[in-house]
Structures are given as structure tokens and as C-alpha cells.
Write a protein that binds this ligand. Structure first.
Ligand code: MYA
Ligand code: JJ1
Length: 422
């Protein structure tokens, strides 16, 4: 019955939204307690310095062993150390917002939650917010009401810095999603996926037929496609800003943020695909104009209990945009939609080929953004996982166009969510 969530400024189930905006009366940072909440007996708060290799390792191990799993506990997200460097240190990140709980006696990290700043726009209204991610409580300490304490503590630390709203996603249903998406999967290495139980042989098909069905070309098809470089940031950002008019919930990127999210934490790190976290590409036409971009990130699954395979390589579709007049002039007409569908199918088709080149086993996308335009054509199939989007201390009408039943994707995409969380 949501004993904790009932006490929080979030939209209740079934409650009508009269007008979009904050739920709580505006407060001031100095009205917020300066000291952390009391922590339960044998534990203590610990601000985690993720730039310190040993402390980052603690976070890595905690999440590697205790973070999100699929519903059958066959796979667990395996966020890498490099991933945390990228995901937790965008421009404006705050050390105070990597909050851990340790066992006093041993120093062992047993819980974590993080926040990063983000400028959201909800139906055109700017909402200065944080993104909350990586909430995790050690398996042996579950159901002891530690999560609400972590949530209240990160809220306090964020409020102290004069931010009053948050965006977060979860597989679980809480009061109340602003949007719900379904995961979709495009097999790349079908034989391995079948071997580890990520997918089955459909009735009436054989394994070789499935392998053939999901075969991908070795090379991309779009002419002028190349890796995004630092010099592309202005042009690609301009494309994205324009493209975001299609969506009702978006992140407003500064130039520095855009460079961080699409070039990566350290662009010089490596050009070696297999170890790269963020993969961003642009299309440059014959006149040197950037006409499209897309990106995907690497987030492997640990395969739990398998004799041979320990990990699945997974690419997740991130942001993309296409500059074609069809996307903006009368952008929801049937003609515009058909033209956009053709273009996006070609682009994201190339993304799956690049994911294959980067040794990924499957390519994932949500039914967010304009994705339902190309999921079927590119042989994505519906997964068994869903992702709910939430706003803290902000009431808003639902962003629809997400999944409406668990059999098929919703092809209505006019008001889909335009923000992607890691
Ligand atoms: S989503 C990913 C969450 N992590 C995992 O799923 C990893 C595996 N699971 C665990 O580590 C634990 O099961 C967790 C719960 C830590 C999830 N989001 O301590 P408890 C509520 C929000 O006894 P535990 C992500 O990272 C639950 O309904 N609340 O339970 C985004 C119940 O409340 P109520 C959740 O299982 C996180 C209470 O917690 C979630 O030991 C966004 C039970 O607590 C969940 N995913 O621990 C957080 N799961 O009684 C909110 C359960 O009311 C941010 N609960 O039903 C809000 C904005 C804050 C900042 C605001 C700034 C202005
Ligand atoms: O990966 C996921 N599901 C896979 C594996 C299912 C294994 C059995 N439970 C899946 N595979 C089917 C693939 C098939 C390929 C051919 C075409 C048809 C499809 O469905 C799911 C997503 O679907 N992932 C998860 O469950 C992970 C957790 C998702 C919630 C995430 C919450 C994160 C919050 C962080 O902020």
C-alpha cells in the first residue's frame, strides 16, 4: 500500500492532474536540514568519491552483485567502471550526490544511490531537476526499509543545492508513472542468445532458420556515415534540439553536456570498439553538412549460472536525430511519418550493424522516442521487461504513445517520451 510513497510529493494513482506544475509549496535550501538523516545502528553514511579507484570499485562490486535483474533472475546488469565515469560525471555533477551506506565495523559498502543534474523540459516548461539512478541495497539487507532512507537522504542533499524535482525510471510500478515503455530486442548473435536462455526457438522454426533470419551485413549502408568527432558537437546538438520538438518530455543539453554524453568521458580513451561505452555517429553529406546522428551505449548483462558464457554484450539505443524537412514541416502528417520511417530505419539499421562490429550480442531499444517507427522493420521483438518513467514533486499529464498492451507495440508516437536514461 505504498506506506513510504504515500508520504512523498508524487502523483497518486488515479489522481486527476488539473494543471501541470510542482506538487509541494516552494521551499528554500536553508529550510532543509543541514545534517544527514540518522542511519540505522550498525551502518553509516558514506559519500562515495567515484574518482577514487578503490571507492569506485566498491560501487562496481555492489551493483555487479546486487543490482537489477530480469524477472527470472537469469541476467543482471553489469555496469562497468568506465560506465560510471561517464554516467555519474556530466558537467555540474556533485560529489555529495553519490551516497553510500557502509557497515561501520568493516567499511563494506552495502547500499548506494546517485543523482546528476539535468535540465528537463516538460511540455515546453523548464524543470530544473536531477536524475536519480543506481539505487541499490545489498541482497542480504532487503526489505528492511533502507531504500526510503536513501531516497530521503538524496532528496535532502539535492534540495540543499536548490533543486526540487527529479526524473527516475524503474521496472517496478510506483505512484505514478508519467510514461511506460517496453523493451525491444534485436538479436545479433542469435545462437549465443539462445544458448544462455535470452531467447527461445519459436514453435515451428529451427535454430539455423533463426540464425539466418537475424543475419546482418558486415558493413553499414548510409553514405557519409562516420564516428562523431568534437567538431560535430554544434551541428549535432542543433539537430537534436530541433528534433526534440517531436517529444513532450525532453532533456535540454548544453554544449558541454552534449559533448560529454556523446563523445564520452575521455574521447581519447580508445577507438577500440570493444571497450567503448558510448558510440556516436553522424552522417555528413557531400557539402559537409551534418544531416543525421545516432548513438548507442554498451551495457552488458552478467549471465547468471551458465557453464560457458559469463556475459552478454548489449547495445542500447540512445539519442538520435535526423534533419530532413519531412521531420519538421507538418511533421505528423502521413507523408512526413512515412519519410521519417524510411530514414530512421536505414540509420538504426546501421546502428545494429555497428553494434555487431563492436561484438555486441543483442541491440536493445525502448518504445520511446520515434522507435516504434522502425522496430518491426529492423526485426526487434518485444522483451519481457518494461520501464516506467517518474517525476518527483511535479504533476504532469501522462506522456502517452507508450505500450498499451503486452502483445504489440503502440505505433502512435506523437507524444512519446524523448528522454533516455542509463
Ligand atoms: S531503479 C533501480 C532500483 N534498483 C534495483 O532494482 C536493484 C535491485 N533491488 C534493490 O537493490 C532493492 O530491492 C531496492 C529496494 C533498493 C530497489 N524505486 O528498503 P525497502 C520502495 C523507488 O524495504 P528493498 C532506480 O535506481 C517500495 O515501493 N522505490 O526495499 C531509480 C517500498 O516503498 P512503499 C522503490 O527491496 C530509483 C520501499 O521502497 C523501488 O530492500 C528512484 C521498500 O523499501 C525503486 N526501484 O530496497 C528512487 N523499489 O512502502 C526514487 C522499491 O511506499 C527517487 N521501492 O511501497 C525519488 C527522487 C529523489 C530525489 C528528489 C530530488 C528533488
Ligand atoms: O532483457 C530483458 N529480457 C530478455 C531476456 C528474458 C529472459 C527471461 N526472463 C527478453 N528476451 C527476449 C528476446 C527476444 C528476441 C527475439 C525477438 C523477441 C524477443 O525479453 C528485459 C527487457 O525486456 N530486461 C530486464 O528485465 C532487465 C530489467 C528491466 C527493468 C529496468 C529497470 C532499470 C531501472 C534503472 O533506472
Amino acid at each position: 500500500d505504498y506506506k513510504f510513497w504515500k508520504t512523498q510529493p508524487v502523483q497518486k494513482f488515479g489522481q486527476e492532474v488539473d494543471k501541470e506544475g510542482p506538487i509541494d509549496a516552494q521551499k528554500r535550501p536553508e529550510d532543509v536540514p543541514a545534517d544527514p538523516l540518522p542511519m540505522l545502528g550498525e551502518f553509516e553514511w558514506s559519500t562515495v568519491d567515484i574518482e577514487d579507484a578503490a571507492q569506485l570499485e566498491d560501487v562496481f562490486v555492489l551493483l555487479n552483485e546486487n543490482y537489477v535483474e530480469d524477472k527470472d533472475a537469469a541476467f543482471r546488469f553489469n555496469y562497468t567502471r568506465e560506465f560510471f565515469h561517464w554516467a555519474l560525471k556530466p558537467p555540474g555533477w556533485s560529489r555529495e550526490w553519490n551516497v553510500g551506506v557502509r557497515v561501520k565495523a568493516t567499511g563494506k559498502l552495502v547500499a548506494f544511490i546517485s543523482a546528476i543534474p539535468i535540465d528537463l523540459a516538460v511540455r515546453g516548461k523548464d524543470v530544473r531537476s536531477v536524475e536519480i539512478n543506481f539505487l541499490c541495497v545489498h541482497k542480504q539487507l532487503r526489505s528492511k526499509r533502507m531504500a526510503p532512507v536513501l531516497i530521503k537522504e538524496i532528496t535532502r542533499r539535492v534540495n540543499r543545492q536548490d533543486i526540487w524535482h527529479a526524473l527516475y525510471t524503474a521496472g517496478v510500478v510506483l505512484p505514478s508513472p508519467i510514461s511506460t515503455c517496453r523493451y525491444a530486442h534485436r538479436p545479433i548473435n542469435w545462437a549465443k542468445l539462445q544458448d544462455v536462455g535470452f531467447t527461445d526457438v519459436p514453435a515451428g522454426k529451427t535454430a539455423p532458420e533463426m540464425v539466418a533470419m537475424y543475419a546482418l551485413p558486415g558493413k553499414t549502408k548510409t553514405s557519409g556515415l562516420r564516428r562523431m568527432a568534437a567538431g560535430d558537437v554544434d551541428a549535432a546538438l542543433a539537430l537534436l534540439v530541433k528534433y526534440q520538438r517531436r517529444f513532450e518530455l525532453v532533456q535540454k543539453f548544453s554544449k558541454a553536456e552534449f559533448a560529454h554524453w556523446f563523445l564520452g568521458e575521455d574521447e581519447s580513451a580508445s577507438d577500440d570498439d570493444a571497450s567503448r561505452v558510448i558510440h556516436s555517429y553522424v552522417v555528413e553529406d557531400a557539402d559537409g553538412k551534418i544531416t543525421d546522428f545516432f548513438s548507442f551505449y554498451s551495457l552488458p548483462f552478467t549471465v547468471l549460472e551458465h557453464a560457458v558464457h559469463k556475459e552478454l554484450g548489449i547495445g542500447y539505443l540512445f539519442y538520435y536525430a535526423s534533419d530532413a524537412d519531412f521531420a519538421f514541416d507538418d511533421r505528423f502528417s502521413a507523408e512526413a511519418t512515412a519519410a521519417l520511417k524510411t530514414r530512421l530505419t536505414a540509420l538504426i539499421g546501421d546502428a545494429t550493424i555497428l553494434a555487431k562490429q563492436a561484438k555486441m550480442d543483442v541491440f536493445n531499444a525502448l518504445t520511446s522516442q520515434d522507435n516504434t517507427l522502425f522496430l518491426d522493420a529492423l526485426k526487434f521483438g518485444p522483451g519481457d521487461g518494461f520501464l516506467n518513467f517518474y517525476l518527483f514533486n511535479y504533476k504532469a499529464f501522462p506522456v502517452t504513445g507508450g505500450i498499451k498492451d503486452d502483445k504489440s507495440y503502440d505505433t502512435e508516437r506523437r507524444s512519446n517520451v524523448g528522454v533516455v536514461m542509463l
